[in-house]
Design a binder for this molecule. Structure first.
Ligand SMILES: [Zn+2]
Length: 490
């Protein structure tokens, strides 16, 4: 061992990657997977006092919160405050970083962060973006502006991964193209993907020994391979695992390893929590008891712990300017596979997204003016309408936010899931048009003697009959000399 190298430190980060829609709709995933995962998370983090967990998608947290018993809500809040549960990024979803427009990315981040401040009293400190197909340089800008100080990325071109490993540049200050002051400390995961098989070290078939999930009736490559840790095999297994960790550590000058322990919708059954925890804690306790022999320490932790640790050991980082597009992997097909089709696939849905964005922005502005005016002038009938519209405005932010998910605006979900997103966008498109109509009406007709505040007399110049149809112009006939026409250009 190189005596100059700092001792190996491994931070194991249990996590569950929850897509708000992909092979199933958001609601299906929530009802059949994510609700249970969050329930188990609350129970098991209380039971195992040194276990940690992270959560990213506020859309799922919100859905859980709405149906959770207040005692469970308090427990989750307490865990988040203590830092054992870290809410990473804290967006409504984990956005795509190629197709999403900055307006929608900001909007969903604000929606998520406001939810977290209101309900949990916390502000996220680290980012976690492990599944989007390439990483865009809007991210370091947005994250650093939002008070986030370190972020984790995963899917970048395999040649980049090789180069960063060769140079030991896996942690770097990432700078947007247009600004030098908004850089953010970024950790690139050195291996192909975030599953346990691909993250304990460079050898997937060794890592498979350390995925302890075993569910009755479920036969997978890990459930066949992984053996439980016992007093008899703990030394041999610890050394096998440490070798992988050490190889990962060798890719970084600080010798700290971030080891994600999870996969898509993991920890959905309660036994997996016990299986992963009880086996890992045996390995952890054994390695830490022989810390001097192995020159290594292993703990459960979160990305925040990782960034704290590396900054204790190292204060200079290389800088990197720009983005990580086009993404190409080499592991899924065994040859280079470029992920560029999603830039243009399902163009109709992408247009619908942009249309909702512009209508939402316009609705937010005119609604705010109208609400202030109605309050100032005590326009009670309008206040009722505006109050009802606020719920629709929030729903529109959330529907637009949901669509920024990396399997939504990208078009990589099943077609029935895409249709579900489309219906949500369409509903909010209609709502944001009607919010604008109501708000404008309240500004134009302060005296309600001649109008009914709940009846639209302000017309939109375009209309869509259905989700599948293109918008069409609404003809408005104006009699000469008799009508005053007011236009609102959104
Ligand atoms: Zn995903």
């Amino acid at each position: 061992m190189d005596s100059e190298r700092p001792p190996l430190k491994v931070i194991i980060i249990p996590h569950s990657h929850n897509d708000p829609g992909w092979l199933k709709t958001f609601e299906h995933y929530f009802n059949y997977q994510s609700r249970q995962i969050i329930n188990h998370m609350v129970a098991k983090l209380q039971q195992y006092q040194n276990l940690t967990f992270i959560w990213s998608e506020v859309a799922f947290l919100n859905a859980w919160w709405e149906g959770a018993h207040p005692s469970k809500q308090r427990a989750l809040k307490h865990l988040a405050k203590s830092g054992r549960l870290e809410i990473t990024t804290g967006g409504w979803v984990m956005t795509d970083e190629a197709n999403s427009h900055v307006y929608a990315m900001v909007d969903q981040l604000i929606e998520g962060h406001q939810w977290l401040v209101k309900n949990l009293g916390i502000k996220p400190k680290t980012g976690w973006s492990i599944d989007p197909f390439g990483h865009g340089s809007t991210q370091p800008y947005l994250l650093s502006k939002s008070g986030i100080t370190g972020t984790v990325i995963q899917r970048i071109h395999y040649a980049w991964k090789q180069w960063l490993a060769l140079k030991q540049f896996g942690d770097f200050k990432w700078i947007p193209n247009w600004s030098s002051s908004d850089k953010i400390l970024t950790h690139n995961q050195p291996f192909d993907i975030y599953s346990i098989k691909h993250s304990c070290g460079p050898h997937p078939y060794i890592c498979l020994n350390f995925d302890f999930r075993k569910v009755q009736g479920e036969y997978t490559e890990y459930s066949i391979k992984a053996q439980s840790i016992t007093d008899k095999n703990v030394k041999e297994k610890s050394e096998l695992l440490l070798e992988q960790y050490a190889r990962t550590g060798s890719l970084f000058p600080h010798n700290v390893v971030l080891m994600p322990l999870g996969d898509d919708f993991r920890y959905n059954v309660i036994e997996e929590w016990d299986q992963q925890y009880t086996n890992y804690i045996k390995l952890i306790d054994y390695i830490n008891a022989n810390k001097d022999t192995y020159k290594a320490e292993v703990v459960f932790g979160t990305p925040k712990d990782y960034f704290t640790e590396i900054q204790k050991r190292l204060d200079q980082y290389p800088t990197l300017r720009g983005d990580f597009f086009v993404y190409s992997d080499i592991f899924s097909e065994g040859r280079p596979a470029y992920w560029s089709g999603y830039f243009t696939t399902r163009p109709f849905m992408k247009i619908l997204d942009r249309e909702l964005e512009s209508n939402l922005r316009s609705a937010e502005i005119v609604y705010t003016i109208a609400l202030n005016n109605a309050k100032k002038n005590n326009l009670l009938p309008y206040l009722k309408v505006l109050d009802r519209d606020f719920e629709k405005l929030v729903q529109a932010r959330r529907n637009l936010g949901l669509f920024q998910h990396h399997d939504a605006i990208t078009g990589t979900s099943k077609s029935f899931v895409m249709r579900d997103y489309g219906l949500k966008l369409f509903e909010s498109l209609r709502d944001t048009v009607s919010i604008q109509q109501n708000a404008i009406q309240s500004l134009l007709f302060v005296n309600t003697t001649f109008t009914r505040p709940d009846q639209n007399i302000v017309l939109s110049d375009v209309e869509r009959d259905s989700l599948e149809k293109l918008p069409k112009k609404t003809p408005i006939s104006v009699e000469p000399g008799q009508t005053k026409q007011v236009s609102f250009n959104s």
